[in-house]
Design a protein around this ligand. Structure first.
Ligand code: SF4
Ligand code: MG
Length: 340
């Protein structure tokens, strides 16, 4: 299967008065149609910045971007803004944690979906309204034709999330990017929205890029997982690999901090310390100030040298960025009994 999304050595940086914010560095991954990749990390890991780059949402004046993002064979990096407008919404669409990011509070939802549809299709208003109502029905909004003339505030949080998904999917995009879409919802509604996204993916055959800090959500929805830290990929593998036998100390830390019930705010074993500043990343392995395995690597190499992202030859798609030669051997025995 040809990948629909291919990212190669992507770097995104924002020059500021205080220095250069290195939000994403050397990021490489690909995603096929019909598959869901979860990009996982704390805030400031680069997961949202990289997904916004795929959508062409960074202002070219304030952003320095190098590397390659190919979407259905077309290069996004360096694409002129007017061309990007045609790609956005049609080839890829995005849903956010807060529906206000895509739904304007002062306009009827039907008009907003109609406008999104007509931006890419030369159809009558009547046909576009029909399409909007069909999409609302498809995402589980009762009496869809009658809800077209309602405003966003007339929907509950979960229903508003569905309206936003309907609008994102109205042009049948091949790539759906979901950035923490369920974080603000209660657990029951969150599960419904995850089910809906999985259902729609089946029907539409699209690729889904799911951005989250919550490994509990990952277990529900992902095929593959990319873990990011300090703007770089630190681990990649299937959902079974990542949740069952993580290779990287940071991934292990994330797993240990999954709350017993997904959505509950208390953490079991939070990772000590805070995520690094992207203005001033630690030397060597960005995770070294927080890593409990640093002392197992000789010569304080963790503080001196950035480890490569090394692919494992024995497991396709499996890679991690850590100086420990065989971290899996060290972790497996300790961690497996503790998994749910
Ligand atoms: Fe920890 Fe060193 Fe591995 Fe970084 S390279 S994750 S500091 S053991
Ligand atoms: Mg974010």
């Amino acid at each position: 299967n040809e990948p629909y999304l291919e990212i190669r050595d992507l770097t995104v940086a924002f020059p500021t008065a205080d220095g250069v914010v290195r939000a994403v560095q050397g990021l490489t991954y690909s995603l096929e149609l019909g598959k869901t990749l979860a990009v996982v990390g704390e805030s400031g890991s680069g997961k949202s910045v990289s997904s916004m780059a795929i959508m062409g949402l960074h202002d070219s004046k304030s952003t320095r971007m190098t590397g390659s993002i190919r979407l259905g064979g077309r290069e996004i990096v360096g694409m002129p803004a007017d061309e990007l407008k045609h790609v956005r919404g049609k080839a890829s669409a995005m849903i956010f944690q807060d529906p206000q990011s895509s739904l304007h509070p002062f306009f009827k939802i039907g008009d907003q979906i109609v406008e999104a549809y007509q931006a890419h299709n030369n159809v009558s208003k009547r046909a576009a309204r029909k399409r909007a109502a069909d999409m609302l029905g498809r995402v589980g909004i009762p009496n869809p034709a009658r809800r077209l003339d309602d405003y966003p505030h007339q929907f509950s949080g979960g229903m508003r999330q569905r309206v936003m998904i309907a609008m994102a999917l109205v042009n049948d995009p091949k790539l759906l990017i979901a950035d923490e879409p369920t974080t603000a919802l209660d657990v029951t509604v969150q599960a419904q929205i995850l089910d809906l996204i999985a259902d729609l993916q089946q029907d539409f055959g699209s690729a889904v890029l799911f951005i989250t800090h919550d490994l509990g959500v990952v277990a529900e929805i992902a095929d593959d997982v990319l873990v990011m830290y300090g703007g770089r990929a630190v681990e990649h593998g299937t959902v079974k690999d990542i949740l069952g036998a993580p290779l990287h100390p940071y991934t292990w830390g994330l797993l240990e901090s999954i709350p017993a019930v997904s959505g509950e705010s208390s953490r079991l074993h939070p990772i000590p310390g805070t995520p690094p500043s992207l203005l001033n990343l630690p030397t060597g392995c960005s995770f070294h100030p927080r890593c409990e395995f640093r002392s197992q690597v000789t010569d304080d190499l963790c503080a001196k040298e950035l480890p490569d992202l090394v692919a494992r030859t024995d497991q396709a798609g499996r890679a991690s960025r850590c100086h420990l030669a065989h971290p899996d051997l060290i972790f497996a025995d300790e961690i497996l009994p503790r998994l749910p």
